[in-house]
Unconditional design. Structure first.
Length: 313
């Protein structure tokens, strides 16, 4: 019998048996290995007036990976294929998804929350990192840490900014050349580092007002401000006078085209398989599926040493 975690209300999750979903044309049944807990899961976990509960079984797990267990008619995958998949209900022991929403993974990839890793690759693609740039990454959680690595690999000088010393240590191991605590005079420090010009590219990877303001302030005239945090939780204000005067490009780096998301997952899987990127130090906490609530609370609290949780089915 399959099981799924059900978020029955704010800060409440339980594991319940669910009926096995039928396989349609082109579908596969995936035995889920695990699913990442995403920062974007937090508003629905903590509760906001606009959400309705209970959520669908397995929601809001959208960073799942596993192994194909059954293949529907016309699905171009094989039983036993390791896959990461796009789907919103992956806090479960199994899911039924279109084969077209799966990326076949190299074997022995380790824990691989594909959508999260792919998201970072697509942010990097939209950021257009290049050799010689000075890049600041504001927020060094999982997304920020992978973006730091990709900017450094592209030949940029990377400044990581975070409120947490642990996250800054991780950013250093991922290739940041400078790390700055967010509560200091970051603009002054970056001005010193860049000789006053500020950054060619700044990636905001938090999703709240103050880091957005900081990222905007760090972007040089004619540079590029890349908004990668999830600003789903209420409105933001911006200093449009400054944004406008500096004449920089502003990129909202979320992909809504599933084909692009899948390409990002594929690129991330290839990088991990090639040894160019190690996700293991970033996946700091693992929980069994029946402790989804604890995984969510860890994401809320971010204790020292926490970067990202994965829930294992
Ligand atoms: Zn996510």
């Amino acid at each position: 019998m399959p099981y799924a975690a059900v978020v029955g209300g704010p800060r409440t999750a339980s594991l319940v048996p669910v009926p096995a979903a039928p396989l349609g044309d082109g579908d596969v049944r995936v035995a889920v290995t695990g699913c990442g807990v995403c920062g974007s899961n937090l508003p629905v976990w903590e509760g906001r007036p606009w959400f309705a509960y209970p959520l669908a079984p397995g929601a809001p797990g959208h960073e799942g990976w596993g192994v194909v267990a059954e293949v529907g008619p016309g699905a171009a995958l094989s039983v036993g294929d390791p896959v990461a998949f796009l789907g919103e209900n992956a806090f479960a022991t199994e899911v039924v998804v279109p084969a077209a929403s799966c990326v076949v993974l190299p074997r022995d990839l380790g824990h691989f929350p594909g959508e999260a890793a792919g998201c970072a690759f697509n942010v990097a693609a939209r950021a257009g990192f290049a050799p010689g740039q000075t890049v600041a990454v504001v927020g060094a959680g999982f997304l920020g840490a992978v973006v730091v690595a990709l900017a450094a690999q592209a030949g940029a000088r990377v400044v990581a900014v975070s409120r947490r010393p642990f996250a800054l240590d991780v950013a250093k191991t991922m290739g940041a050349t400078e790390v700055l605590p967010i509560d200091g005079d970051v603009v002054g420090a970056v001005g010193d580092i860049t000789g006053g010009d500020l950054c060619d590219v700044v990636v905001e990877a938090v999703g709240t007002q103050a880091p957005l303001d900081l990222a905007a302030a760090l972007t040089r005239v004619g540079g590029r401000l890349v908004i990668a945090g999830f600003h789903q939780d209420g409105r933001r204000t911006i200093d449009l006078g400054m944004w406008n005067w500096r004449g920089y490009d502003v990129v909202n780096a979320h992909e809504r085209d599933p084909a692009v998301s899948l390409a990002g997952i594929r690129a991330a899987a290839d990088a991990v398989a090639a040894g160019a990127l190690d996700l293991a130090p970033l996946l700091t906490h693992t929980y069994p599926l029946d402790r989804l609530g604890d995984a969510m609370e860890a994401m809320v609290e971010r204790p020292d040493g926490f970067l990202k949780a994965v829930v294992l089915a």
